[in-house]
Design a protein around this ligand. Structure first.
Ligand SMILES: *Cc1c(COP(=O)(O)O)cnc(C)c1O
Length: 770
């Protein structure tokens, strides 16, 4: 059956005039305009007061033109030098450089317009003199021009292709979705997603759109457009996540038996890079603080002489003729939101290693807010990149903290010494790419860039920074109020005091102005000597905490790093929040991580504050678990029946103290295990089946076949080909403490990659003894 579908973009105009809805000349003129717009199928949204207009401008991104009265009064009803209209125009332009603005003005008032303001608006309208048809026609034309330029090249091409309706004889076989319509389930699926996603799921046979593997046509133009916005020499769209982006870069840069400097705090895909290339790793060990949060790699670890010495004594590089590291990979920012002064890192390694890769999977927005200046791979203008400096790569998981579909990712490159020319790089790109990439993912990668372009990027990043700061300050004030009553509350991990450069005085974080916290990086830098961050001997300015990655701390850890008299681990808070329908990003021993992405809203974080307060009330009252965590008690009645929230917290805290879990973790992640064979060689053993499953009790001195990665901290503790160490050593010690915890607290078990759990026992894949 034929149905009416494919609604075009609905155009909407905002009309701001104090006389709207009144029986006056201005009111009648506005009504006439609205009627005329309706005839053009344009919806009119109205506001007759300044504040109302401002709220609409800030909240409704579907307005494609604004019409504002120059004589708008202020909120108190008085008109002062056109302040209300001026402020509305500034608000619009701070978020959007291009949306058309029309100003209603009386002829004799035109001289009150400043040159600056005239540049911000598109046209003047003499409301009582021009005809409605003429005015609306002008607005309509401006809207069409604006919407035509709204998208980047690929999205523009896809949306116009979408209007063509050709009959396709190529893959995908669902041909624009029609295959789904032949089955009730298919039909329901089609209706669920909506037709456009099917109609724009195309194949490389559609020549007009170009090809991802050849980087031609609108797809190639899209990569150039993304490159301009992200400040690279070249950018690539990847449709299988930064996991793939990292492997592409690795395989383009590293050959068999070449030495690679790898952040030990690395994503799994870096290990895959080592496995696939046969590169020989030299690990850069990051710092760790008392809350179990991983910090940066200190500059001393990058120093040439230190690295060369370590590489020379690395058993894996014995016999290698060439021990020159060819590649460095550093995770920036860390999962917990610590970002490097990348210039400082390049100063240490850029002179003697040719290719540097910053894995910025969680940090794609960094470039767009001045707060992060100098702390990302693509710093400043691409043209300023030193051709004699290192070639710099970065990867962004567009889907993580920008707005894109899952799997959308970018690779950005700046060529320096020893570049990998595009044609060579593309060999690796094609090896990992599909010949049938999903076009909506590519389009979403482009939209994420569009949204960050120009003032939009500043406004959107500032918004999430502001929300994160407000949240932190509310938690800080609650903590302070409760402390006055001699009782505990959560804290957020950030400076306790910040310096206001205007007065030179240090003020409590929760009393500092939003403007200061949102614009002065010094409020977030980990200064040496400051106690809050818990990292020793840091160089000033080297590392900064990203405000939008918010760690909420649970009580229990003393400033010395020892566990105090009382407290409870973060996993209890996570379980409680989960029962309230709040999902967290990550739970460490005493910290829960929340991401304030650009999708954040005030309502979302106020709900979180309420839940934290509820937790405190229920914890202090030792509320029965059957009431607060009913799911847990239902699954493990024998363990948890009759226990209260506080009772469980006490038991957990005691177990952490007894098991020495935190101390084991500290040791396990500050030293590297003994290396036996490379990750690539270990993998060869694995595929040949020369491995066996080994219980913890027998693990001493065995060589592991797959990496062992406990979450948290989500960092490889033992890499493939490394030894599990002595029975009483830190690695087995840590795994034992996790195993004992899992047995003691069913429902709170750890998820450790590389560990199989059977009847509560931990097993690890090891190489057969030689
Ligand atoms: C998530 C992540 C990746 C992988 O990104 P995907 O887009 O999920 O494939 C790579 N590196 C780091 C540091 C990550 O956190």
């Amino acid at each position: 059956m034929l149905e009416r579908r494919n609604q075009r973009l609905k155009l909407r105009v905002l009309l701001v005039h104090p006389s709207i809805g009144t029986d006056s000349a201005g009111g009648r003129a506005c009504r006439t305009l609205a009627a005329e717009f309706a005839d053009l199928n344009i919806e009119t949204v109205t506001a007759n007061a300044h504040e109302d207009a401002r709220a609409t401008i800030v909240s409704d991104a579907a307005i494609y033109a604004m019409m504002i009265d120059w004589s708008m009064p202020d909120d108190d009803g008085k008109e002062r030098d056109n302040a209300a209209a001026t402020s509305l125009i500034k608000t619009i332009r701070a978020r959007n450089e291009n949306v058309p603005i029309f100003l209603f003005i009386e002829r004799d008032k035109a001289r009150t317009l400043s040159v600056e303001l005239v540049q911000d608006i598109n046209e003047l309208v003499w409301l009582l003199e021009d005809s409605a048809t003429f005015v609306c026609g002008r607005v309509h034309a401006a809207m069409r021009k604006y919407t035509a330029a709204l998208f980047g090249p690929l999205t523009t091409a896809l949306s116009s292709f979408n209007q063509v309706h050709e009959y396709s004889w190529h893959t995908p076989g669902h041909t624009g979705g029609t295959a789904f319509l032949k089955h009730p389930a298919g039909r329901a699926f089609y209706d669920f997603y909506g037709e456009h996603v099917f109609r724009t799921d195309l194949s490389i046979s559609v020549g007009e759109l170009g090809s991802l593997l050849d980087h031609t046509g609108p797809i190639g133009d899209s990569e150039k457009y993304i490159s301009r916005i992200f400040g690279s020499h070249r950018s690539y769209t990847v449709t299988n996540g930064s996991s793939t982006s990292n492997r592409i870069i690795f395989m383009a840069c590293v050959g068999r038996d070449q030495v690679v400097m790898c952040d030990r705090n690395c994503h799994k895909s870096i290990e895959h890079g080592l496995t696939m290339t046969g590169g020989i790793p030299h690990y850069l060990v990051p710092s760790r603080n008392r809350y179990g949060l991983m910090g940066p790699i200190y500059p001393a670890r990058f120093v040439e002489a230190t690295v060369r010495k370590a590489v020379a004594s690395n058993p894996l590089s014995k016999g290698l003729k060439d021990k020159q590291p060819v590649f460095v990979v550093v995770t920036n920012s860390t999962y917990d939101g610590l970002c490097y002064n990348t210039g400082r890192v390049l100063e240490e390694v850029g002179g003697w290693v040719d290719r540097v890769h910053f894995d910025e999977a969680w940090y794609g927005y960094g470039r767009f807010n001045p707060l992060y200046a100098g702390r990302m791979a693509m710093r400043g203008d691409a043209s300023t990149h030193d051709p004699k400096g290192p070639t710099v790569f970065t990867t962004h998981s567009t889907h993580k903290l920008l707005a894109a579909f899952s799997q959308a990712s970018y690779i950005h490159v700046r060529d320096g010494r020893s570049p990998v020319p595009h044609a060579r790089f593309n060999e690796s790109f094609m090896m990992h790419g599909s010949t049938s990439p999903f076009y909506p993912i590519m389009a979403s990668n482009e939209i994420a860039a569009t949204m960050m372009d120009g003032v939009g990027g500043i406004a959107l990043t500032r918004e999430s920074i502001d929300e994160a700061i407000s949240f932190r300050q509310v938690v800080g004030r609650l903590h302070r109020d409760f402390a006055k009553k001699k009782t505990w509350f959560f804290r957020t991990w950030n400076a306790e005091k910040v310096k206001d450069p205007a007065t030179g005085k240090r003020v409590a974080f929760e009393d500092a102005s939003q403007e200061l916290l949102a614009t002065d990086p010094n409020c977030w830098v980990l200064h040496p000597g400051d106690g809050w961050h818990g990292f020793d001997d840091l160089e000033d300015g080297y590392c900064m905490l990203d405000p939008i990655k918010v760690s909420v701390l649970t009580p229990g850890v003393e400033d010395s790093g020892e566990l105090g008299k009382s407290g409870f681990p973060a996993t209890l808070l996570t379980a409680y929040l989960d029962a309230c329908g709040i999902e967290v990003e990550k739970t460490s021993d005493f910290a829960v991580l929340f991401l304030f992405s650009i999708g954040i809203t005030k309502a979302k974080w106020s709900t979180l504050i309420t839940a934290m307060l509820d937790f405190k009330r229920d914890y202090d009252a030792d509320k029965p678990l059957a009431r607060v965590l009913p799911g847990l008690v239902a699954s493990h009645p024998e363990r948890y029946e009759g226990l209260g929230l506080r009772g469980l917290g006490d038991q957990m805290f005691a177990e952490l103290k007894k098991g020495g879990q935190t101390a084991h973790l500290q040791k396990a992640f500050s030293d590297l295990p003994e290396v036996r064979i490379s990750p690539a060689d270990a993998y060869q053993e694995l595929i040949r089946g020369r491995v066996e499953r080994v219980a913890l009790a027998n693990l001493a001195n065995r060589t592991v076949a797959t990496s062992v990665v406990p979450y948290p901290p989500g960092i490889p503790m033992i890499m493939p080909g490394e030894s599990a160490g002595a029975a009483k050593g830190p690695y087995i010690g840590y795994l034992k403490s996790l195993q004992s915890w899992d047995k003691a607290f069913p429902g709170f078990g750890h998820d450790t990659h590389g560990v199989e759990v059977e009847d509560g026992e931990y097993y690890v894949q090891c190489l057969l003894p030689r």
